[in-house]
Design a protein around this ligand. Structure first.
Ligand code: GLN
Length: 446
């Protein structure tokens, strides 16, 4: 109840929530109390959380930040939603996001931009900007997010949170509205690595309903936190510290490296030579997959339908033209073009080949080091509206995060102090299924 009041008071300024589910939350809280009274004692029992508004929730609007799904109520819960509810977490509602998770500023939402709680004139990052703002403003201790090219790690960095993108296949995508299916992955956002470990323990695991879910036992994420960092080999890729990086962020990241050395880590310079091709490759693959995934929003099966269509083509055309925002349309067009018969080999196949090279870079780097460390973002949180006129300048913000999605490896952003009053994030990357190592390093650093 305290948090619901806090949301009522503060959210009008932040715009982090699309839907607050007060009645349902109170009901879940009472059920958690009853479970506790009956002797149950899980760490998430009664813990308040909320979900990014692309996780389907039974009977509750799941908008994906889009007009086209403004009236959509899912007929089932996503696996992640179900698992957190089973663990006793209490969901307070659904969180704002970039439309269909496309963006890095949370400005493309149909429900308006989200504000950064550290400076209300600045963006919180995206696309999980509502999750980031809600947790950073202490409206919630933890929230779910999704990360296709950085959408958990980048907003975590810009709002002083810990955010974890798990290995592709670690967390079920069932019931998560798809953006780019081969890159999408759900994960936790919270203030500490410990809270992320608790969330991940409930969210992750094999799910027969998701064909890309991996059937491999979970680590004990909580137990891994305490391990000392003696002998940890950290790799610093030279490509992460080159042109385009704000010097103040570079300094903050190197200060974090010094701290980790004091905790027993050793540092090695490494190279990820194909990183320069990551943005062009991602901005072919992600829109290509999005153009295919979003074809289901046709005005017939889900969501928005235009008024008085004259025939079926008119219904498709106008429902989509009126239902999707500009950024989504731009990506559908880019993706459809890249997949078209004449250009498929030149763009999509090429992008997939680059993706393999990027993956191979990581595989060889991890023969020499245990984790890779660098900045999460090249810049601090920018002013609302600043990058709207130039989408490419926003795409460039993803430079350090998208490689983990292309390769499928896990990545975490942890808070590393403030410069000029704005938070800086340090990104850690690890080999496949080594989420516990990332959480361990972040916990020891904190
Ligand atoms: N900013 C990236 C994009 O717009 C990443 C988004 C995401 O991870 N969902 O595609």
């Amino acid at each position: 109840r305290t948090l619901l009041t806090r949301i009522e008071q503060l959210d009008p300024q932040l715009n982090a929530f699309v839907t607050v589910t007060a009645d349902q939350a109170l009901e879940q809280a009472r059920a958690a109390d009853a479970r506790r009274a009956a002797g149950e004692n899980g760490p998430l029992l009664g813990a308040p959380i909320a979900h990014k508004d692309l996780f389907c929730t039974l009977g509750i609007r799941t908008s994906c930040g889009s007009k086209i799904l403004d009236a959509f109520k899912a007929p089932y819960d996503a696996t992640v939603v179900q698992r957190l509810a089973d663990a006793g977490a209490v969901s307070l509602g659904k969180l704002n996001m970039d439309e269909f998770a496309m963006g890095s500023a949370n400005e493309s939402s149909y429900y308006g931009p989200v504000k950064n709680p550290w400076d209300l004139s600045r963006v919180p990052g995206g696309s999980s900007g509502g999750s980031a703002a809600a947790v950073a403003a202490r409206l919630l201790p933890a929230a779910t997010g999704t990360d296709t090219g950085g959408s958990i790690r980048q907003p975590a960095a810009l709002t002083n949170l810990t955010g974890l993108k798990p290995t592709y296949g670690r967390v079920s995508r069932w019931g998560m509205i798809a953006y780019a299916s081969s890159l999408d992955q759900g994960g936790p956002m919270a203030r500490t690595a410990e809270d992320c470990a608790l969330m991940l323990g409930a969210m992750a695991g094999f799910d027969p309903k998701d064909s890309t879910s991996v059937d491999q036992p979970l680590d004990d994420y909580l137990a891994a936190l305490g391990k000392p960092l003696n002998g940890l080999r950290i790799g610093l890729p030279k490509e992460y510290f080159g042109e385009g990086l704000d010097a103040r962020i570079a300094d903050a990241v190197m200060a974090a490296v010094e701290e980790l050395k004091k905790l027993g880590a050793t540092v090695k310079d490494i190279s990820l030579p194909n990183m320069q091709h990551a943005i062009p490759s991602y901005y072919v693959i992600a829109p290509a997959e999005a153009s295919s995934n979003l074809s289901r929003f046709d005005g017939v099966r889900f969501g928005y339908r235009c008024e008085n269509p004259v025939d079926l083509t008119d219904l498709y055309k106008r429902s989509r033209a009126e239902g999707f925002g500009d950024e989504v349309k731009r990506r559908i067009m880019v993706g459809t073009y890249a997949l078209s018969a004449g250009y498929y080999d030149a763009y999509y196949i090429k992008a997939q080949q680059i993706r393999r090279l990027i993956k191979n870079d990581f595989v060889s780097a991890f023969e020499e080091v245990d984790v890779i460390l660098g900045p999460t973002t090249p810049n601090l949180a920018w002013k609302l509206g600043e990058k709207n006129a130039d989408p490419v300048s926003a795409y460039l913000e993803d430079i350090y995060t998208i490689t983990a999605n292309l390769a499928g490896i896990p990545g975490l952003s942890m808070p590393a102090g403030f410069v000029d009053g704005l938070p800086v994030g340090v990104q850690l990357l690890a080999p496949y299924f080594q989420e516990s190592r990332l959480l361990n390093v972040a916990h020891q650093y904190q």
